[in-house]
Design a protein around this ligand. Sequence first.
Ligand SMILES: Cc1ncc(COP(=O)(O)O)c(C=O)c1O
Length: 451
Amino acid sequence: MTPAVTPTNRELDSKYLWHANTQHRLLVMRPPLEIASAQGCYVFDAKGQRYLDGMAGLFCVNVGYGRREIVDAVAAQMDELPYCPLTQSHGPAAQLAGRMADLLPNGLNRAFFTNSGSEAVETAIKIARQGARRLHPRENRYKIIARYRGYHGFTMGGLAASGQTARRTAFEPLPQGFLHVAPPDPYRCTFCSEKMACSLACADEIERVIRMEGAETVAAVIAEPIIGSGGAFPAPDGYLERLRAICDRYGVLLILDEVITGFGRTGKLFAFEHSGIQPDIVTFAKGLTSGYLPLGATVVSQRLFASFLGEDDSTKFVQISTFGGHPCSCAAALANLQILTQERLWENAAAVGTYLLEQLRGIRSRWIGEVRGLGLLIGIELVEDDSKTPLPDSRMARVMRDCRQAGLLIGRNVESAPGLANVLLLSPPLILSYEQADTIVETLSKVLSGL
Ligand SMILES: Cc1ncc(COP(=O)(O)O)c(C=O)c1O
């Protein structure tokens, strides 16, 4: 009898696994990196090769890998109570909701837990539609205004809110009632890139759309404070304030999607703290548990929550999730937030992020069109020439591959606008050191000079 041969992970993967966002035909030539372990800011492949994780997984491992406190908290929770739905109650969810209310500004204090960022956004959209009808009972407010290049998740509602055509087309028709306007993008702004200063015309466009559509039909505006995976576009000064003022003028709810930016990434605990405003609804996932377990949250204002209160079931929020707010995920989040706040990691993100941004801006390369970002969320837009022709796909792929070969994992925007898949993305763990920032700069500098 021939001895049984145990298939390798690579063989099992290539035969049975369906990867995210991947053309499987090409995997034969370019198999995915098999990550076997991780520590701090580094991940290690199956052969023991070390990589600096410039993306913190997918924008999420904020406190870094290998945090024993989170592992222990989850193990203890598994032992104590491995499951309980939120039609009942359990300590970790109640404590986490309370902790988030402490950390968020006054009034943003009611959390609905989900399993992912997409579900957090889906929940926000549903709450906004039902809530807007409660707050304006004689109107039918259901439209959601979002921005091109923004990303809000893979579910049908999240996709409908997302302004990235390449991610949407195959699944259309998407839910109705979603409108898009230009994102803030000073480098390619159709309103004011030729002018001396930003006029916030892209924010004013939202007011024009509300008026043209009729405010009595508009439920909410949804925005990432910094567009993340679409290409790292920080909101210009005054942009969020203008959005808040427009929403208030027309009784429209403001949803801020902090799935990437929440919990320290941009140099503040929440990205909206860079402005003087606060949203009516805010969505979280990724950094909430630093990716140790899946968890999303939709947090709403007291005023909005109160609009769902009534004498019978007719005004309740009709949504149930088997795993949303799982006790082990909440335990992971509580331990994660303990680390984050004890070590004040947003301060490191601000300091090292500013340094990294400056050093990247100092790289002399004909391919760099713009380096932009805030904290440890940075985009590097690569172009062919002064007319800002985007670097073609093959060259972008080469930069990614060469960085990987040099031991650095970086990200890249998907085609967040037709023809514009030319932004390298950096979103490392918030514990990144200055030396590790230097490694990123040296590696990118070398790779770009060899292009
Ligand atoms: C801003 C934003 N919202 C929502 C999502 C969806 O989150 P998830 O992948 O956890 O479903 C993402 C994912 O990258 C995101 O960046």
